[in-house]
Structure formats: C-alpha cells, structure tokens
Design a protein around this ligand. Structure first.
Ligand code: SF4
Length: 263
C-alpha cells in the first residue's frame, strides 16, 4: 500500500519508463508561506497520499482516500511543462508538498526540472527516507508534535537527514516544528537538542487551529489577530528559554489570504 513508509533505497526505474506521480494540484506563482524559504516566490506541486492523519491537517484533500479520484497521475515531463507554463518559462523554486510527497517517485522529476533551470524544495514529516533527497535544493523536515495525534520516530527522521546529507551535498536541510501548546514546545526542545546547529536550523511555526477557508474579510482579520497573539506568546516562550538559535514564524499565506486553497 502506497501510504506505508518504505525503505530509504530507491529501486531505479526501467530505462525509458517514467513512473507516474499522483498530483493533487499545481498552482502558483505564489509565495512560500512557511519555514526557511518564507516569502520566496514559488510554484507548488501538491502530491496525493499521506501515511499520517494529523488532527489539524489543512490539506485533507491530499490525504484522505475519498479524494483519490481528484488526484491525477502525471509524468515528470508533464509536471515540468505545467510549472514552466505557470512561471512563464522563468526559473523558479518548485515546492513539492502533500500529503507526504516522499511517498511519490520524484527522482526523475527533480532531474528533469533541474535540467530546465528549476530548483526544488520538498516538505515532509520525515517518515519515509529516500536516497533521492540528496538531489533536492532544499529539504524541510517537519516532524509532527504531540498535538497532531501522530508519533514521530526520531530514528527514521534521522535517516531522512542522512539521506539528504552527502559529501557532495547541495541540499540545504531545515527542521520545522508547528507549536500549538506546551507539549509541542517540549517536543521542539527535543528536536533542537538532538539536531539543531547552524547547518541544520530549526524554525518554530505558530499552529493554525482554523483549517477552513475564511472567505469574509472580517473573519479573516479576526483569525489573523488570533494567530498574531499566538505568535507573540510563542516568541516570548522562545526568548524565555534562551533559544537564540531558533527562528519563530507565522504562516504568512494564512495571514495574507486566510486559508484559501491555491494560495
Ligand atoms: S503529515 Fe501533513 S499532509 Fe499528512 S496528515 Fe499530517 S499535516 Fe496532513
């Protein structure tokens, strides 16, 4: 079953065979709203299928089996063509998101896109290490804290880091933890203690308790206000703990557009 994490080793595809990738949506240009690449123009390629079921998931249309019929099998070439068309042929960062994009056969897409001037960032919870992580320009590992209802396996997360890091490494790795409550902050402390360094920075992101699109400007403004208050609290907690090597960020796209899909 494709939702089950598999071993780090990737079986090479047969020559001439381009494995299909399950794509939920391709959209942009927009800006990356999260993590170390926040604010950077990008095009999102969202893939279908996830091995997690986080309590606060904001992308259930890319997770739950009942949406499968909306997921389209696409070749790497068709995806690159779609991205280049959206970007007007200009070089741009492609963000591979999900679901869990690590469950998809993305190596040929990364090769083909990079050959045509694209750069690639992939965000995953770190439950499925892949040898091709080292080909990425950016890997954002987002281990899920207790409030998600999922359990992060630190051993497998470490395998993801090892897969992306190599002697000829070009892949920048960042860790990102979403924080809703004190238990999440304690989880972030464990992540920071184990891995964080100037070469592997940690970003803390304020949890967003509202996942539905907010159509009305007043609702959006009220929600943004709630998020900013949480951001202030989290910032004070980080400073009180003396975590001077951690970056605290909001979900920028949520503040600007209020959970609207395709932004
Ligand atoms: S890992 Fe991400 S996509 Fe999967 S259920 Fe959790 S929040 Fe949703």
């Amino acid at each position: 079953v494709d939702e089950t994490p598999q071993a780090a080793t990737v079986t090479p595809a047969e020559p001439g065979f381009a494995a299909r990738i399950r794509v939920v949506e391709i959209f942009g240009p927009t800006i990356q709203g999260e993590g170390s690449l926040i604010g950077l123009p990008t095009i999102f390629v969202r893939t279908g299928g996830c091995d997690y079921r986080c309590a606060w998931c904001d992308s259930l249309h890319a997770v739950l089996p009942q949406y499968r019929e909306e997921w389209h099998p696409m070749t790497p070439g068709a995806i690159v063509e779609s991205v280049r068309s959206l970007a007007g042929g200009r070089p741009i960062l492609v963000t591979l998101s999900g679901g869990n994009p690590a469950l998809q056969p993305l190596e040929p897409l990364i090769h083909e896109g990079q050959a045509q001037g694209l750069t690639f960032a992939l965000e995953t919870q770190g439950s499925a290490p892949r040898a091709w992580f080292r080909l990425l320009d950016h890997l954002v590992l987002s281990p899920k804290p207790p409030s998600s209802g999922e359990t992060c396996d630190f051993r497998i997360l470490n395998e993801c880091i090892r897969a992306a890091a190599s002697a000829k490494n070009r892949c920048a790795i960042t860790m990102k933890v979403v924080v809703f409550d004190d238990a999440d902050l304690d989880f972030a402390a464990q992540v920071r203690d184990r891995w964080c360094s100037p070469a592997l920075p940690l970003v803390l992101q304020v949890g967003n308790p509202e996942v539905a699109p907010l159509a009305f400007p007043v609702t959006r403004a009220l929600h943004a206000n709630t998020l900013l208050r949480s951001l202030a609290t989290l910032t004070e907690q980080v400073l009180a703990r003396g975590w001077y090597d951690v970056r605290v960020l909001p979900q920028l796209h949520t503040l600007i557009w209020g959970n609207v899909r395709g932004r």
